[in-house]
Design a protein around this ligand. Structure first.
Ligand SMILES: [Zn+2]
Length: 731
């Protein structure tokens, strides 16, 4: 009841209080939601009085004039000890904790809780919010918190959503476990069953700097884990297990009936407690009292017959960024200072190992193709120690595949706010930072030493900005920064006639400048946006399949030729892509024959960014229907760094959606010339089956052809939105 009241209170406040409190002074961020940039008010979030840090902050999201707080699902889940999974096909987030399974669908107000459909409060759905190039799945905190059994309150004065875990007693019974005495041992319920693992003891050891909790199990165990906060604890429930302690260990049983082992001088934990948690079914509970919220790794030591739990740290994020147009890699985690860096050749790459760290299981780590001046690709994995390490070391490895060698002079590494910044093009300038934000905006920040008055003048019809500031308050070297992104051409810092610092910023046509207060501020932030240029730099090669003497498939009853349908859809796709701002190249614009090698060759010669080949299917089985996407499986070819499969997944999704058609399949094919020989990401989209009566009729209509072109256009846009961090990342 208390929880319900708190929730109702919060709903009232969020419906009534929050919108009124939203004013220009409240902290807000500019983020991308639904492919649009918008300003979102941020709020704080605590769990059991611990401030929850997340790279994309909790935000107020407005839907039909109602506000709801959305939080990154990873943040809430990791603190609540829940598991999160993501299905990209269905855009579903599944949150599982204990007996509760919550399935939210992005952009949908309906949610499944343990198989029962519910509607989200105010119909505010889960959203993908992209902030500073990080896209995160954001879920309504009040609903999810409540369903996970937490109490939810809103503190207006500090703009904080407070989550409180269920009462600890409810999870961890503090009543003494029954001591098995002789009388009990005659009683069958108090004996291990034949299938039980016998847990004979526990010890805490140090392996070098690494603490180990060693359980004498004589075999591998099955277990589940939960993190609890305030105080921080990690709970292991070991199934089908029975405590059978030695007399010596029995002496260590505390007044709560738990075998308690204190850790001395341990960096991670204070003690481990173990008890026969349940006798029906048999289960042993191990509680680790931690000094901080950290990760863990479980292994089985064949030699001693012990299950080994090793507390360890998390790597939370690995990403590519620019610092003043120079390339860098950012690694986030709670042990990033403990790293090794290695230069390797053939192919050229840098390896950054973060020691005593596992990849945070609640974060998504995918290999990313960058295609920058220096960085070609980033790969992240948990690394099995080789001869450079002890066999027991826990290592997260970031491999940076390079387009050119990076010398020790190029490499500049610093730690900052739990981030390891690996600069790859030398030490960046002090005093100011220029960075891209999403696709169409960038930000230039001058960092003052003290509050100061800036002077800003727009020259040359607003295309040249002159910012003047007292040199005494700034620490900026004279320099010319060639930016050349869609917003800014260059930034030049020089000395004025009176010794002041003068910065000239040359803007690109269509770029718009925004800035805040110029006087009595320490830092000055200039924001540039240019929405005209969105896809201007991308070249899409559109290949209408077959042509001339090669008709392709012939339809079942109407005897239409595949080559004609392919061309109509290709021409419409070209029109739509150009309207969206892309450059395009057509392999054929009329009924001519072009050899397959020449199709791939043309795209390679043009150094195109994407290759889209349009076909229609045919099969002997007339019942076969639906959309198919073909791609070359680059993942099987170490020399091919294209993300074809990713592109194919997007195409399949968008084509099915635009056509309202069935999804036949996504198909990896390693022998198709146009897919194999192209050097840029490439797919073949098969619009439908000309051999199927129903789809034949549809493919004959201009409406269906137009929808196919729309699907292809949507897929191309989505591919670039999702894969490229910023336009300026192109060399
Ligand atoms: Zn074909």
């Amino acid at each position: 009841m208390r929880r319900l009241c708190a929730l109702l209170l919060m709903i009232c406040i969020l419906l009534v209080g929050a919108p009124m409190s939203v004013s220009a002074d409240e902290p807000k961020i500019t983020a991308e939601v639904d492919e649009r940039r918008m300003e979102l008010y941020t709020v704080n979030l605590t769990l059991d009085n611990l401030f929850l840090a997340s790279d994309v902050p909790p935000v107020l999201f407005e839907y039909q004039q109602q506000f709801r707080t959305l939080v990154p699902v990873a943040a809430i889940a990791s603190y609540a000890g829940a598991e999160v999974s993501w299905d990209g096909d269905t855009r579903e987030v599944t949150i599982i904790k204990d007996e509760t399974a919550i399935v939210l669908t992005i952009d949908s107000a309906s949610v499944m809780v343990n198989g029962e459909e519910k509607t989200l409060p105010s119909r505010v759905p889960a959203k993908i919010v992209t902030y500073q190039e990080r896209g995160r799945t954001m879920v309504p905190v009040a609903f999810v918190g409540q369903e996970l059994g937490m109490k939810v309150d809103w503190d207006e004065s500090s703009r904080t959503v407070r989550l409180t875990s269920p009462e600890p007693e409810a999870i961890e019974p503090e009543e003494p476990a029954e001591e098995p005495d002789e009388k009990d041992e005659e009683n069958g319920a108090n004996n291990p069953s034949a299938s039980d693992i016998l847990l004979k003891g526990i010890r805490i050891t140090m392996d070098g700097d690494t603490p180990e909790i060693r359980l004498q199990t004589d075999t591998k165990i099955t277990y589940s884990t939960t993190y609890l906060t305030a105080p921080t604890r990690l709970v292991f429930d070991i199934q089908n297990a029975w405590l059978m302690l030695s007399d010596q260990q029995k002496n260590q049983i505390n007044s709560n009936g738990q075998l308690e082992v204190k850790a001395s001088n341990n960096p991670y934990l204070t003690s481990a407690r173990m008890s026969q948690f349940s006798k029906d079914p048999h289960a042993v509970r191990l509680v680790l009292d931690l000094k901080q919220n950290i990760g863990h790794k479980v292994t089985y030591d064949e030699r001693t017959g012990e299950t080994v739990i090793r507390p360890t740290n998390y790597v939370d994020d690995v990403r590519f960024e620019h610092f003043n147009t120079r390339e860098m890699i950012v690694i986030e985690g709670n042990n990033i200072s403990n790293y090794n860096i290695m230069h390797l050749d053939n192919p050229k790459r840098l390896v950054v190992d973060i020691k005593d760290s596992v990849l945070n299981p609640n974060r998504l780590f995918v290999d990313r193709n960058i295609g920058g001046r220096v960085v070609n690709r980033i790969r992240t994995s948990e690394f099995k120690p080789d001869h450079h390490y002890d066999p027991d070391d826990i290592i997260s490895r970031v491999v940076i595949d390079l387009n050119k060698a990076v010398s020790n002079n190029d490499l500049y590494i610093i730690e900052e706010n739990g981030q390891l910044l690996v600069h790859l093009e030398g030490k960046p300038e002090d005093g100011y930072r220029y960075e891209g934000i999403g696709w169409t905006a960038s930000q230039l920040t001058f960092y003052g030493n003290a509050r100061t008055d800036y002077k800003l003048v727009e020259e040359s019809a607003g295309n040249l900005i002159k910012v003047t500031m007292p040199a005494t308050n700034m620490n900026i070297p004279f320099d010319l920064l060639e930016v050349n992104d869609p917003m800014v051409e260059f930034i030049q810092v020089s000395e004025g006639s009176n010794g002041e610092l003068v910065t000239h910023i040359k803007m690109k046509p269509g770029s718009i400048l925004q800035y805040g207060n110029l006087n009595n501020v320490q830092d000055l932030v200039l924001t540039f946006t240019n929405t005209d240029i969105k896809y201007r730099e991308k070249l899409i090669v559109i290949d209408a399949g077959h042509g001339g003497s090669d008709p392709g498939a012939i339809s079942g009853t109407m005897k239409m030729l595949e080559k004609d349908i392919n061309l109509k859809v290709a021409l419409e796709t070209q029109r739509m892509l150009e309207a969206a701002g892309f450059r395009t190249y057509m392999i054929r614009t009329n009924d001519t024959y072009v050899a397959l090698q020449d199709r791939a060759g043309a795209a390679n010669m043009l150094n195109a960014d994407l290759f889209v080949s349009i076909h229609a299917n045919s099969a002997a089985n007339k019942n076969m229907k639906g959309v198919e996407t073909l791609y070359y499986p680059s993942e099987n070819n170490p020399a091919d760094f294209r993300n074809n499969k990713y592109l194919a997944t997007i195409f399949q999704d968008e084509m099915v959606r635009a056509l309202g058609a069935a999804s036949f399949r996504i198909n990896a094919r390693d022998k198709l010339v146009v897919l194999r020989e192209t050097k840029m990401p490439a797919i073949i989209t098969e619009l439908g089956f000309l051999s199927n009566a129903e789809e034949e009729k549809l493919l004959a209509t201009s409406d269906y052809q137009r929808r196919a072109a729309q699907g292809a256009t949507n897929a191309v846009i989505r591919y670039f939105e999702e894969t490229l961090t910023h336009l300026a990342s192109r060399p």
